[in-house]
Write a new protein. Sequence first.
Length: 463
Amino acid sequence: MTGTTYGDHQEAAAAALNRLITREAMPLTAVDVHDSLACRDIVVGALRQRLYALRVEGRHPMTLPPARVGAARLPDVARNLTTWLDRIVAELPTLPPAQRRAPTDVLNPRTGGEAARLWREAAVELLTGSHALDAAPERPWLRDPGGGWYLVHDVAVTLEAVLILDSRLDEVGLLNTHHRPPSTLDLDQRRLLASQCARVATWYATSDTPDRASPATRPKPRVSSPVYTVHEAGDLAAAQRQLARYLRPLHGSDAFYDAEPEIDTHTVRMVVTSQHALTERFEHLSRQTPGAEALAAHFAQRREILGDIHSHLRRLVDLEPQGRNTGACWQQVELSTAVARLLRTTPTLTLSTAQWQDLATATHEVTQNLATTMRRELLRDTSNLRMEDATRQVGRTRVHRRHPLERSLTDLVNLPTPSAPIATYISPRQRAALSTTLAVTPTGHRAPSPYPAPVNLPVSRAR
């Protein structure tokens, strides 16, 4: 096992699979056969685990077997690529339950042939790579589709490599006793879908943050409370997301929705003022961090609009006294004091480029939820927020559409999510080498005809 990050483990796994394909390594002895098949079963399980981990917060429920997507018709393939990928993995042959062995009995270093050694290396690296993703303290790829597509690319390439290796094992009868779920696709069709999924993933993968994921070295002690405590600069993004959850707008379908005011003036003033100060500091600090200079513009946009909103809050009042959002206020106090405390010891925040990107995305979630909640409360018919009359002649008035405050809130809601740099697949050399090997490795020994078959077009009869 080499390295500690997901990228290191995936590179090592790709190198092992590449050597298995190019060297056409096959297990020769009975011990090597048993070890190779057991390690192959672990590789299949790691692929299933990787796809299962991509189902974010139950929005894509796991079904056994996966939901059928019908026949592989061309118009439906593009819309269901990841679903087909899931189904192909679920239909891979697996050992019968009676023949399965514990990973601790299989993955221990031992002598053996080249095939068993390479299968064992691939299984170890894929398992540890999945563990690095699952045990990472922050997992932005579950929220950012660009990072999710990066992982889908790795799964698709690994799956195609396993399909090629399975065809060779099947030729010599080593998979005859395996459990085989029924499938309507042949090997060429499954490879076609897997390779197309990898190609589509390269189009939409805009973040390589999964490559830097590593398991947390030690659990951070935190008091069990509604406040996410900040111990170091790397905790700021998670604390911002905790604040964003407190500010999330409620909908009529929510279980806790009771048509009460969604936000009060005390919470609005506190969060707007504090976030304006934080975005100003983040803008200044990101300009001084190599690799994070582009994010300064995103912080500057939010700082400018929050300043406009703050200028309109002087006369904002509650029509009826309301209790403040205690959780949001406490979390905001923790964030403001933590940043001040961190900057007293060091002149800058010790954050990597990926952590700055995560902090910018979390700050976007806070400002968007705040603006959405405020705007909905201001525009609803029974709004509890009013503007105090400076002349004391008209009385408290509603905030209607096209009011300067409403327009500033709309601008804040419509700000785009900070985008990550486009991920390239040239940097991970072993994965690029595996993709190249797959592109030049045919499925069978018999080449198909390159000439198109004649098409019988219907001929209309002359009248």
